[in-house]
Design a binder for this molecule. Sequence first.
Ligand SMILES: *Cc1c(COP(=O)(O)O)cnc(C)c1O
Length: 338
Amino acid sequence: MINLISDTVTKPTPGMLQAMMEAEVGDDVFGEDPTVNALEAKVAALFNKEAAIFCPSGTMTNQIAIKVHTQPLDEVICDEYSHIYQYEVGGYAYNSGVAINLLKGTHGKITATQIEAAIKPEFDWLPRTRLVVLENTCNKGGGSYYTLDEIRPISKLCWNRGLALHLDGARIFNALAETGETTHAVGEQFDSISLCLSKGLGAPVGSVLIGSEAFIKQARRVRKVMGGGMRQAGYLAAAGIYALDHQVERLKEDNERAKQIGAVLEAMPCVSEVRPVQTNILIFDVNPPYTAASFLEKLAGKGIQASPFGPQTVRFVTHLDFTEEMLDRVVEALKDME
Ligand SMILES: *Cc1c(COP(=O)(O)O)cnc(C)c1O
């Protein structure tokens, strides 16, 4: 089967497994795992931030960030498509006791003008606007990305209005593969950044949260209370280091393959509204009599798995284990779907 369900389905490469086997480890709850410490230092330096913390998942890194940036009765501003709103079990309310102010952006992207209009005045009866969260690339937005020119007015607004700015950068490297912008330049714009090692980067487990020394110090306490303190986690961190050293450059290929599939979908009479293909995620609608379910069933019959994203909506995600040869097979299978 060809698996286009998500870029989380990848298995460690032989080189990555070797690096994991050879990792030097210790007890990370005591701060004594040299490989975890090396990963944290590496990611912090990459984005020119003071400190970083390795966590089991991107949900945890986002939830820790919200918790550390806010107090109960505060409010978070984000796009309605945001992962923190859609796919984290309402954790902002559960973990942090905060409200959420959803904006209707364009393919998951919001502007400084929209955010400024959404900031609440200070009254006892209103939640206090405290945090803005951007997602780059935006998953539910079809892999759309922000450029630095789009981000800068937002960071400036946040600084001027005393708001924290967090980046859900689960797939930030897919965005940078397109823009050619640097990690340092991205780091400058945000108070904190969460990035996933287990998506396009191809590691089996893990996400990293980066920010100031003081922010990460508090994040360590919150990670512990969420049950995210791991012991010989260096075996996992080693996979992350390997991914950053060897599997960032190739993300361009994933983006490119998605664009090629997008071009085929555009030409199919049974497909409409292919969201602009910007990185490695494709979201499109299928026309009746197809439903997402019947379209996916037919595809499965041709050896291709993908996920439903609504009654008529389908999502494909390209990744490390999706090869050029598989691309040819997918293109052929799609051309065969009437
Ligand atoms: C996958 C993802 C996360 C984190 O997910 P986990 O499965 O908890 O690691 C966060 N944000 C976005 C945009 C994602 O796609």
